[in-house]
Write a protein that binds this ligand. Sequence first.
Ligand code: ADP
Length: 285
Amino acid sequence: MSETECKSYSADESQRQLEEVELQTNMDRIGHKIMVLSGKGGVGKSTVAANLAMSLAKAGKKVGLLDVDLHGPSIQKILGLDGQRAGCQQNGKIMPIRLSCNFCVITLGLFLDSEKDAVIWRGPMKYNVIRQFLKDTQWGDLDYLVIDLPPGTGDEPLNVAQLIGAGTTAVVVTTPQEVAISDVRRSLSFCKSLKVKVLGIIENMSGFTCPHCGRHVDIFRSGGGERLAAEMAVPFLGKIPFDPQIVESGDCGKPFVEKFADSQAARAFAEIIKPIIDDKTENEK
Ligand code: ADP
């Protein structure tokens, strides 16, 4: 290696170490980092991530919500942030959007010119963006950072788990039927391989009570999530019923657990966060 190459190598190396320290310092200010995973799309993962984060904030915790579903960011829509932009400071730091004094959000959607813009990125590009969101966002001191991830076990969950490292935890969202449940096994085995602690499984769209006649219907069957949790020896956090008001609030950008705070589904979210807050989710990693 020539002298010039050697100098440039050591400059790169010290820059890399500096960035590593910055990432670590930012993450050390956050008590709990929770990835929200799902085996497949459409099971309500982003809805659960947004309402889980919101429920923790309603319980008085300081919460950040990071959407790294880079190819299909929907948190912006769900929380009514369309048209808003994230602030960037001169030193390159990112200012999250603050929805209340103890709840802030970052999603790629806040950087795109239009929600129709397609993000066409390969692995290294995604890694850099996720790293920047974790390292350069001014999260401040948080009790919880809830991270919404794309379905499956691809680059994004891997990057997040590796960048955050020890202390990363996960909640896995599924619907009750067998076809969704079999994909969850992959999410659980992903967590096991990366030593990510599974806080538990949430069964979403679990049963529907007709608002007119009061009859209960298990549209996607029931209990699959609970059975899988028992089989895989991970905690079962609870069931969220199918509720058309969740669709309504998601479409009009009004956070569900705030708008319909007295609904059965909002109460289910309030129950689900209890073991998370009490940290009664001990299980084998
Ligand atoms: P994913 O992130 O898994 O792709 P989303 O959170 O985007 O799924 O949800 C997909 C659709 O399902 C949205 O229209 C959302 O409003 C709806 N949805 C999610 N959970 C429920 C539920 N419990 N009851 C009714 N609709 C729901």
